[in-house]
Design a protein around this ligand. Structure first.
Ligand SMILES: C[S@@+](CC[C@H](N)C(=O)[O-])C[C@H]1O[C@@H](n2cnc3c(N)ncnc32)[C@H](O)[C@@H]1O
Length: 220
C-alpha cells in the first residue's frame, strides 16, 4: 500500500475527514446494505469495465470494498485508491481472496500521489457523489491521465425531472449525514468543469444513474 500525498491548499480537510469517518463507520455493513442494488449495478459495472482497452494502465478511484475487482480485464495493470482505511481494508481482503493483481493505496482523490500522465484510463463507480470537492477530485484525475486518456464513470446524479430533483435536494442533507453520499450532484457538468471533453452520457436508470465517458483533451 502507498500513502497519500500531502493535501494541497484547495482541499477542505475538515469536510474530507467527516466523509472519511462516515465511510469508515459503514464499511462493515456496506456490502450487505447495497446487496439489492447490486443486482442492477453488476451488469452496469461489467459494461463499464468492458470499455477499458487491453494493456491499459488503469486508476480506479474510490475502490471501496472492491466490488469492481471481479470485472477487471485480465490484461490491464490497475492502481486502486480509496481514502477510507476501513473500506480499503475490505478491498484489500477481497483482492487477496480472489488473487486479483492490483496495487491498492490509501489516497485521497483530491490529492493523488502519482505523476501527471501516469494512466491511460480512470474508472470510478458511485464515488463522485461523495468526494468532498468533486471538481477538484476530477481535476486531479485529469492531471494523472495521459493526454487522450479516458474517464469512465458509473454515477448516480440529481434528476432533471422537476419534482424528483427537488425531492433529492430536500433529502440530500439526510443522505449526506447518514452515509456521506450526495444524491443531488450534477456529475456530468462537474466532469466538464474539470476540463474533460464528454464523449458519451448514457442514462441507465431514469436520468439518475448514468454511464459517463469523457476524454482528457490533449493540450497545445
Ligand atoms: C459509495 S462507495 C463506492 C465504492 C465502490 N466504488 C463501489 O462501486 O462499490 C464510495 C467510495 O468512494 C470513496 N471515496 C469518497 N471520496 C473519496 C476521496 N476523496 N478519495 C478517495 N476515495 C473516496 C469512499 O471511501 C468509498 O469507499
Amino acid at each position: 500500500m502507498i500513502a497519500s500525498k500531502e493535501a494541497p491548499p484547495g482541499v477542505d480537510s475538515t469536510r474530507t475527514a467527516t466523509i472519511q469517518r462516515r465511510y469508515n463507520r459503514q464499511a462493515s455493513t456496506y456490502d450487505l446494505r447495497e446487496a439489492l442494488m447490486e443486482l442492477m449495478f453488476s451488469r452496469w459495472r461489467r459494461r463499464l469495465w468492458g470499455l477499458v482497452p487491453p494493456g491499459s494502465r488503469v486508476l480506479e478511484v474510490g475502490v471501496g470494498t472492491g466490488k469492481n475487482l471481479r470485472w477487471y480485464p485480465p490484461d490491464v495493470s490497475v492502481t486502486a485508491i480509496d481514502f477510507s482505511p476501513k473500506m480499503l481494508a475490505r478491498g484489500v481482503r477481497r483482492a487477496r481472496q480472489r488473487q486479483i493483481p492490483v496495487e491498492l493505496a490509501l489516497m485521497d482523490a483530491q490529492a493523488i500521489a502519482c505523476a501527471g500522465g501516469s494512466f491511460d484510463v480512470a474508472v470510478a463507480t458511485c464515488v463522485f457523489c461523495s468526494v468532498p470537492d468533486p471538481v477538484l477530485g476530477l481535476e486531479e484525475v485529469r492531471r494523472v491521465l495521459r493526454p487522450g486518456g479516458r474517464l469512465l464513470l458509473l454515477e448516480h446524479v440529481r434528476s432533471g425531472l422537476p419534482v424528483l430533483g427537488r425531492c433529492m435536494d430536500w433529502l440530500n442533507p439526510v443522505s449526506l449525514w447518514l452515509n456521506g453520499v450526495n444524491i443531488n450532484r450534477n456529475t456530468v457538468s462537474n466532469v466538464e468543469r474539470a476540463g474533460f471533453r464528454l464523449l458519451e452520457v448514457d442514462d441507465l436508470f431514469l436520468d439518475i444513474v448514468k454511464l459517463i465517458v469523457a476524454e482528457k483533451i490533449a493540450e497545445g
